[in-house]
Design a protein around this ligand. Structure first.
Ligand SMILES: [Zn+2]
Length: 412
């Protein structure tokens, strides 16, 4: 008689299977009708099983900062928030960052997230302290979550000091380089920001994730330059563009040409729906934000992954780290509510993010057992259902089993 470590009974899969799923060690070992003994048996009651969520873009060093703010500091523009952040960052220490970020990662388990790509500020204010805190967290949670760290130049890259800090961050253990061209004084300097990042990335053989065009302003539009440079530098397949909101603000023919160039450069895109909707930036920006052209990008072969972005901080006080909430906002805002769209959304929140992070993901025999079970049996109901999931499995180990709603930070 066969023996398994975990058997999930009565599951549904996105490709229509109804049956059991058996795990041995850290892998999915059988699917279908599973007999034999198991150490742990979980009756999913027909609930959908799919890979754990991948939060492709967040800022764990900034989470749970609300209690440090005064009422007058809420609801400001992106530029004002960046100034405010500097004063808060002056009080950072690696230990308290590790603690704050750890609380949020714990919440993410209950929401079914098993892999996270986080930014960590590396700049003259934070220096290397934020990275140090996130690296310490990575050590602590290594068996529970795949954590990838991006050295993020929140204050720009155009001085020797800023460039050196990024190089030191990579030497310390950051996995790749981030970018934010809009933080430079002019669009021309924004282009130089991109150039400088490519210089470092090429020298050290690193991938890039650039936060770009977050303004919904057709004038602030550096995405074509990023695509052009990705091709010119022979960096196809190694560049990811996050946000890309201005792509929705430019005329259709400009957007079409840009998307074609992005597909040619094998770029990937990350959207952070809630944050993208609330960002206030630039006088010329449209009154209300949209999200990037998600459907057109995917139809052109540009993969789109999803992140929560900021969680209970200056930039987004309402963020809670739930990927299901993000998928719900995304579905509503870009009208992904048609037949098959819910399955597509779950793919964006799981497999697309995993590919971005170089993780092997999927519900098939031999794949790593990073899985969640929802209470609903079909995708649309999962997207509209509760954010806390009945079962979360990471590498064959149970991370969360019917946990109650996560608790939130204490207000002083
Ligand atoms: Zn971000």
């Amino acid at each position: 008689m066969k023996e398994w470590d975990v058997v999930l009974r009565n599951v549904s899969t996105l490709d229509g299977m109804r049956g059991d799923l058996a795990i041995r060690g850290d892998k999915i070992a059988a699917l279908g009708e599973v007999s034999g003994k198991s150490k742990v048996d979980f009756d999913a009651e027909g609930g959908l099983v799919f890979p754990g969520f991948v939060n492709a873009h967040t800022h764990l060093d900034k989470v749970n900062l609300l209690s440090r703010m005064i009422p007058q500091q809420f609801g400001k523009s992106l530029e004002e928030n960046r100034q405010l952040l500097r004063s808060l960052k002056a009080e950072y220490s690696p230990e308290e960052i590790c603690r704050r970020a750890g609380q949020v990662v714990d919440e993410m388990f209950a929401y079914g997230t098993t892999a996270v790509r986080t930014q960590a500020d590396v700049d003259p204010t934070a220096k290397l302290g934020a990275l140090e805190g996130i690296l310490a967290l990575k050590q602590k949670v290594t068996s529970k979550v795949d954590l990838q760290i991006i050295a993020f130049p929140q204050e720009g890259v155009l001085t020797a000091e800023k460039t050196e800090l990024l190089e030191e961050a990579i030497a310390m253990g950051a996995d790749m380089l981030g970018g934010l061209p809009a933080v430079e004084a002019t669009p021309e300097e924004g282009k130089r920001h991109i150039d400088r990042l490519f210089d470092i990335a090429q020298k050290r053989d690193l991938d890039l994730e650039i936060q770009i065009d977050e303004s919904n302003d057709p004038v602030q539009f550096l995405l074509p330059y990023l695509a052009e440079q990705t091709l010119a530098r022979e960096y196809a397949g190694r560049v990811c563009a996050t946000h890309c909101i201005s792509l929705s603000a430019v005329p259709d023919d400009t957007a079409g040409r840009t998307i074609d160039a992005m597909a040619k450069a094998k770029m990937r895109v990350i959207v952070t729906p809630s944050c993208n909707m609330i960002t206030k930036s630039g006088l010329a920006a449209r009154r209300y934000n949209s999200i990037t052209r998600v459907k057109e990008l995917m139809d052109a072969g540009v993969p789109v992954a999803v992140g929560t972005d900021n969680i209970r901080d200056i930039f987004y006080p309402l963020g809670n780290g739930s990927m299901l909430r993000e998928l719900h906002v995304l579905a509503t805002s870009v009208r992904l509510t048609g037949y098959g769209d819910a399955e597509r959304l779950i793919g964006m929140g799981t497999v697309e993010g995993a590919q971005l992070m170089g993780l092997e993901y999927g519900v098939s025999v031999g794949k790593r057992a990073d899985l969640v079970v929802a209470s609903a049996g079909w995708a649309q109901e999962v997207i509209s259902g509760p954010e806390t999931l009945p079962l979360v499995v990471k590498g064959g180990r149970i991370l969360a089993w019917n946990r109650p709603e996560p608790h939130y930070q204490e207000w002083p």
